[in-house]
Design a protein around this ligand. Structure first.
Ligand code: AMP
Ligand code: MG
Length: 373
């Protein structure tokens, strides 16, 4: 298949191109498009054949549910069988925007779209190109991130091209995305609302709106005996091609540890990389030292993390170390993605200077067959 490319901005929507993209989607084709979080790989959410094509294009296991994107709150009634009051309160506070809510699904939504679950994940994005496309499609676009399974989510159209050229009918270039990590997912089908995936909308923001929400135990843990509700929560993904380790501890000790590890890697002939911050960048020496942003505003780190992981790949970096980040607020999303990218390889430097190292969970050793996307 030959992929068509179009470019536009949110203030200058190319309506003819959007109408054409909408027709592609209605005919069962696939279109990658920008949202405020990351680029999405869209198909008609109500067409089982489209969902099958999404899984095939991504190389993603088909039991991994897709998020249904809407552009009118009232359309929820068509795809959900029960809508609790808190859904509307959260929608009022955070939609359109980077938050996904899970409800019981109606029969209109095929099991192919929800990975066989009887629930459906719903999001109303704020990006104007995304909204125009959903409207042109007819209202329900299933869209996971527009990357090949296991790779970092795309924050630029060129990354969609790298992963999906020839696999989708069209890619819409809307420039660099604003947020850079995927939406916060909140499950409203449990007794207490539960965050299944952290994102830009933080636990603190949700707590303030609807009272204390739970956080799924697997979000910052390596593995869990319990079966995660969102598949992929326990698998390595967002992964760069090389080997990434997170080092946590006091700043100066972390830098000393990482520099020593880098020298050792260099001596073995590796190309090395570091993920740090504006505050610490001068401390490191490596083939590629990348500041992800400033600790004064961790949203800057979320914004650039996936781009950095892809750049390391492009630069042929095969051994990488990252500082750890504070897991409060948006930092929870940053650490969740970083830990997955690292396959949960974490070195901890304790107060007394002793060092412990996690052994990566078994299923993350090597390159697993099954990776979330
Ligand atoms: P994305 O790659 O952004 O499309 O993320 C899709 C993710 O949303 C899946 O991997 C799941 O983690 C989560 N998800 C989607 N639908 C559901 C659902 N019905 N129940 C639980 N998690 C879901
Ligand atoms: Mg994804």
């Amino acid at each position: 298949m030959v992929t068509e490319y179009v470019a536009m901005t949110e203030d200058r929507i190319d309506q003819a191109a959007i109408d054409h993209a909408g027709a592609i989607l209605r005919a069962g084709g696939l279109v990658a498009f920008p949202t405020e979080t990351v680029y999405g790989l869209g198909g008609d959410a109500l067409n089982p054949e489209s969902s099958r094509k999404i899984y095939a294009a991504k190389g993603r296991p088909s039991d991994n549910p897709l998020i249904v994107h809407i552009c009118r709150l009232e359309d929820t009634e068509k795809i959900a069988s029960f809508i609790p009051d808190i859904y509307y309160r959260l929608a009022e506070a955070f939609w359109p925007g980077p938050m996904t809510m899970i409800l019981r699904k109606s029969s209109l939504v095929p099991p192919e779209t929800t990975g066989g679950l009887d629930t459906v994940a719903i999001r109303f994005p704020v990006n104007k190109i995304a909204q125009a496309l959903i409207r042109a499609e007819g209202g329900f676009i299933a869209a996971p991130s527009a990357n090949r399974s296991g790779r970092p989510s795309p924050t630029l159209a060129q990354y969609c091209r790298e992963d999906l050229d020839g696999r989708v009918e069209m890619i819409i270039d809307g420039g660099q995305v604003g947020i850079g990590v995927e939406s916060t997912i909140v499950d409203l089908t449990e007794q207490r609302p539960t965050i299944l995936r952290p994102g830009y909308i933080t636990k603190e923001m949700l707590d303030r709106t609807i009272g204390e929400v739970d956080v799924d135990a697997t979000i910052l843990a390596g593995t869990s005996a319990q079966h995660p509700k969102a598949p992929g929560m326990k698998y390595r993904h967002y992964a760069p091609k090389g080997d990434l380790t997170i080092v946590e501890g006091r700043r100066d000790q972390v830098a000393a540890y990482i520099n020593a590890a880098l020298r050792e890697a260099e001596n073995k002939g590796h190309r090395t990389g570091v993920i740090c911050t504006d505050e610490t960048r001068a401390l490191y020496r490596a083939d590629s030292v990348k500041s992800a942003g400033t600790r004064r505003d961790e949203a800057t780190i979320a914004h650039d993390l996936f781009r950095i992981l892809r750049e390391f790949d492009d630069e042929g970096i095969d051994i990488m170390y990252s500082e750890n980040f504070d897991a409060a607020g948006i930092g929870m999303a940053v650490m969740n993605r970083l830990m997955k990218a690292a396959g949960h390889q974490i070195v901890t430097i304790h107060e007394d200077g002793s060092v412990t190292r996690t052994h990566p969970p078994k299923e993350t050793l090597g390159r697993p067959e099954y990776r979330e996307a």
